[in-house]
Design a protein around this ligand. Sequence first.
Ligand SMILES: Cc1ncc(COP(=O)(O)O)c(C=O)c1O
Length: 382
Amino acid sequence: MHAPSRRIQIAAPSMGEEEWLALREPIETGWLTQGPKVAAFERAFAKRHRVRHAIAVTSATTGLHLALATLGIGPGDEVIVPAFTWVATANAVLYCGATPVFADVDRATFNIDPADVARRLTKRTRAVIPVHLFGLCADMVGLRAVLTPGVRIVEDAACASGAALGDTPAGGLGDLGVFSFHPRKSVTTGEGGMVTTNDDALAERARVLRNHGASVSEEERHHGPRPYLLPDFDELGFNYRMTDLQGAIGLVQLAKLDRFIDERAASAAYYRRELASVEWLRTPYEPNAGRHAWQAFVTYVDPARAPRPRNEIMELLQARGIATRPGTHAVHMLGYYRDRFGLSPDDYPASRDCDANSMAIPLHNRMTREDYAYVVDALRAL
Ligand SMILES: Cc1ncc(COP(=O)(O)O)c(C=O)c1O
C-alpha cells in the first residue's frame, strides 16, 4: 500500500512563541505553583465566562471530584450522569463514595436526555452532571424542568471553554462548572482544569479543599505576618493545585480562545456544507442560539446507509493518513461499570448506538484549507 500523501491528526495544540515567553517569569521568580499566574488565569477565566469565581485545578477529573466534594456528596448519595461521556464523569462520583446513576443521551445532540433523567430520579438523587459534549451545551432548560428541588447541577464543561447557551456562557449554567485544559481541548495547559461558580460559599469551600483542607491558603500565609506558622486543617482535602507554569500558559491560551473557536466554527461550517452530499454521514447538531465551542467535530455514521461499518471506515481513513476516533464511549459498557453495576449494553440504547456509530473527524487550529478538503474528498470517495 502507498504511504498517504498527508497525515492529519484528530487534534493538535496550537502553541508557540508566546507560550514559551510566558514561562520565563515563573521560572525566574521561582514561584512555580499556585501563585500569581494561577490567580491571574483564574480572574481572566472567570471574566471570560462571566462567573464570580474560577478555581484552577490539575484536570477536569480532579475538578469534578472537587466540585462534588464541595457539595458534600458522599456514600448513600446518587448522582445522575450521561451514559455516553468520558469515563471521568462517572469516576468522579465513585471517588466520593457516591453512586453514579446513568441516564441515556439524545442521539441528535449526543447530550443527556432530560426525559430519561426524570425516570432515574430517586429520593437519593443529590446531583446531576450534564456534559456539554464536544462543545455543545446540554439542554439545561429541559433538565431544570424535570429536576426535583434541591438536586444540584455540576456542569461537565470539559469540552466547552467558550461555549454558551443563549447568552450565558458554560460554567455559569449550574451550581458549579468544570473545564479541562487537556491537549485535546481548544485551549490547553498540558493537563489542567478549572472549577467555576457564582456561589461565594461554594467557591470558598472548593478553594480550601483544593489545598489539603488548609484553613489559610499558601499565598495568604507567605504574604501574611506569620509565614512561619502552619495553618490548621479542619477537613479532609486534596492537593489539586495547578502550577504557575500552567497558569502562565493558560493565560496566553485563554486570550486566543475566541479566535480558536471562530476558526473552528468556520471549519465546521465548511464540513457541514461539503459533507451534506454524503447521505450516510450525519454532521453535528448546531443550535440556532448560543455558541458551539467545536472542541470536536463528531459525526454519526448511519449504519443502515453507510457503505461499510464505522470501524472499517475509520480504518480506511487511517490508511489515507486521516485520524478519526469514536466521539467518546458508553461508560455503562466499560468493563468496570458493566461488572460492578451489572449493566447491559441495551440498558441505554442511544448511548450504545452513539458508542458504535459516532466518528470524530479532524478539526483543530493547525489544519490548512487543503487538509479539510482532503478529508472531505476521502469521505466522499468511500
Ligand atoms: C466530558 C469529559 N469529562 C471529563 C474529562 C476529563 O478531563 P481531564 O482529562 O482534564 O481530566 C474529559 C476529558 O476528555 C471529558 O471529555
